[in-house]
Design a protein around this ligand. Structure first.
Ligand SMILES: NC(=O)C1=CN([C@@H]2O[C@H](COP(=O)(O)OP(=O)(O)OC[C@H]3O[C@@H](n4cnc5c(N)ncnc54)[C@H](OP(=O)(O)O)[C@@H]3O)[C@@H](O)[C@H]2O)[C@@H](O)CC1
Ligand SMILES: [K+]
Length: 504
């Protein structure tokens, strides 16, 4: 799914109105209907809604939602500011609810005397994509007041005070939603930590904006949705043998860190590679042969790796549990100098490279590196916030011609062309040692199976998150272990096959 800026969304809105054609107030009706449908389906314990409406079209949505919820039998109160001029469509919807005697309309300042029942849902329709500056004055006080309430909070389109495309000043006041019902597109600010925390759980509601506009309008930012995954995933060919699915090698492990390479190797195996090798120090021989008997062991040193030689045709994932021993570092840098095929580089491999900025130029083009924010900082330097970090990653991907998998709650895959793919699968159960080792294994496995670097990185990150979702259903986010995530790979493949299979 393409991610558009607030300006592009507004253009899409106008294009749809002109070319569908549909009147703008009817489009507002469609948007409100989508919200009301979601609320009716999901809201089982609450009957009272208090809707806060601004003066632009976001407020117009709020008035229309209030009317429709009232018609469905919910108890509704509305707050607004009648002293400021409404937009044309907001004015029309304001007129409609004024005619409904069962809905009381109050001014914002009356909120201080309003009795919030614990089962009242607060709906924020103050500002959406038209927000042009930080909240101040009365409306800032109002949002601060509402944020203190323990009630469930739903934002329409965007939490008020949040900009769609960028980070606001750190002292800006933003409505703190539990749910955000947003129209048609993911907004970039939902996907970054500093701003996404205001949106709560995001639901994207389809309001049938123009497909032609969406298709023709260029953007560099994407969300990895089912369409992207369906276009990448290939069903396994029945007329195949182990050679069809490539050779993969995990290179890592050191005394006391053998678990990382065990997990990574197992992830390669369970993600479907044809032949799997593990290059690890001798001290890991028994551990690896016992834990991952399907993989072949290659001795790469005694207590740490000193030798990175593997079969030339194998795709190499380097780093899990590798350690940064002087001799390991020296031999890794020598290996990089002699290597021209793309590699997957993670963890200590990145920490070794980060020891000298000149090492960055040794990374073979089209390689995939998978830093978490701290590793990214060691490699490329500090940034003010995650939006700037993504921009820096785009510059570095272009400059070094590599793929950067920037691990975060919404991991981003940044391509050498400067495109950013945001992942929306996964959960906080992955915030544990060992999760990254599994991701390295999955990417290595997919690259060995002849997915392109671009495809392998995107599919693997999505796949890893999806497996985590299955694991958390069984074990909870708290208790699930990285090894539980690996056990769910089969379920993810079943879902993928179901998605792409041609059914009669
Ligand atoms: N896209 C779509 O397809 C569809 C979009 N729809 C809906 O339209 C919404 C966008 O509507 P919108 O453009 O009217 O902007 P909105 O967010 O209501 O605010 C604008 C008003 O706020 C004002 N204002 C701004 N900042 C302010 C501040 N800090 N403090 C105080 N005031 C401030 C600004 O005034 P100005 O900046 O001109 O001074 C203006 O008066 C969108 O989010 C969605 O909900 C759906 O109905 C249908 C399909
Ligand atoms: K809003």
């Amino acid at each position: 799914m393409k991610i558009f800026t607030a300006e592009q969304i507004s253009n899409c809105d106008q294009y749809t109105i002109k070319n569908e054609p549909v009147s703008s107030v009817h489009l507002m009706e469609r948007a409100a209907e989508a919200c009301v449908e979601w609320i009716s389906e999901n809201c089982n314990h609450h009957r009272n809604f208090v809707v806060f409406c601004g003066n632009g079209n976001n407020g117009g949505d709020g008035f229309a939602i209030a009317r429709m919820l009232y018609q469905k039998g919910f108890d509704i109160d509305v707050f607004t500011n009648t002293k400021i001029k409404f937009s044309t469509d907001a004015q029309e919807n304001f007129r409609h609810i004024k005619e409904i005697s069962g809905i009381t309309i109050r001014e914002f300042k009356e909120v201080l005397n309003y009795r919030f029942d614990s089962r009242t849902v607060i709906v924020d329709a103050l500002f959406g994509t038209g927000l042009s500056r930080s909240l101040n004055g009365d409306v800032k006080d109002l949002v601060e007041f509402l944020n203190q309430k323990k009630n469930i909070k739903i934002s329409i389109d965007l939490p008020s005070g949040l900009l769609a495309d960028t980070v606001s000043d750190s002292d800006s006041v933003v409505f703190m939603a539990d749910y955000t019902l947003s129209f048609q597109f993911w907004k970039k600010s939902f996907l970054h930590a500093e701003t996404g925390k205001f949106a709560g759980k995001v639901e994207i509601l389809d309001i049938n904006l123009s497909e032609d506009f969406i298709e023709e309008t260029e953007t560099g930012d994407f969300v990895i949705d089912d369409e992207v995954i369906k276009s990448i995933f290939k069903i396994r060919n029945e007329f195949s043998h182990k050679g069809t699915y490539g050779k993969a090698a995990i290179i890592g492990g050191s005394y006391g860190k053998m678990g990382a390479v065990v997990l990574s190797t197992r992830a390669v195996l369970k993600a479907g590679a044809g032949l799997t090798f593990t290059v690890a120090p001798k001290c890991g021989y028994e551990i690896l042969q016992t834990s991952d008997p399907e993989a072949m062991f290659i001795e790469g040193g005694k207590d740490y790796i000193e030798n990175f030689d593997v079969e030339e045709t194998a795709v190499c994932g380097i780093g899990p549990g590798l350690g940064t021993h002087e001799k390991t570092a020296k031999s890794l840098l020598n290996f990089l100098k002699s290597c021209s095929k793309p590699l997957i580089l993670d963890a200590d491999a990145l920490n070794i490279i980060a020891q000298d900025p000149a090492n960055l130029n040794l990374i073979p083009v089209k390689s995939i590196i998978t830093p978490h924010p701290k590793e990214f900082e060691r490699l490329f330097g500090k940034t003010e916030n995650s939006f700037e970090r993504t921009e820096l990653a785009k510059n570095k991907s272009r400059e070094l011609h590599i793929y950067i998998v920037l691990k975060d709650h919404h991991t981003q895959i940044i391509t050498p062309e400067g495109k950013v793919f945001y992942n929306i699968t996964g959960n906080s159960g992955l915030a544990k040692g060992g999760s990254g080792d599994i991701l390295t294994g999955i990417i290595t496995s997919f690259l060995a199976q002849k997915y392109s670097e671009h495809e392998a990185a995107i599919l693997a990150v999505w796949f890893h998150g999806k497996a985590a979702e299955f694991a958390s259903e069984k074990h909870s986010k708290e208790s699930m272990l990285p090894s539980d995530v690996i056990k769910e790979f089969g379920n993810v493949f079943s879902e993928l096959n179901d998605k792409v299979q041609k059914l009669l």
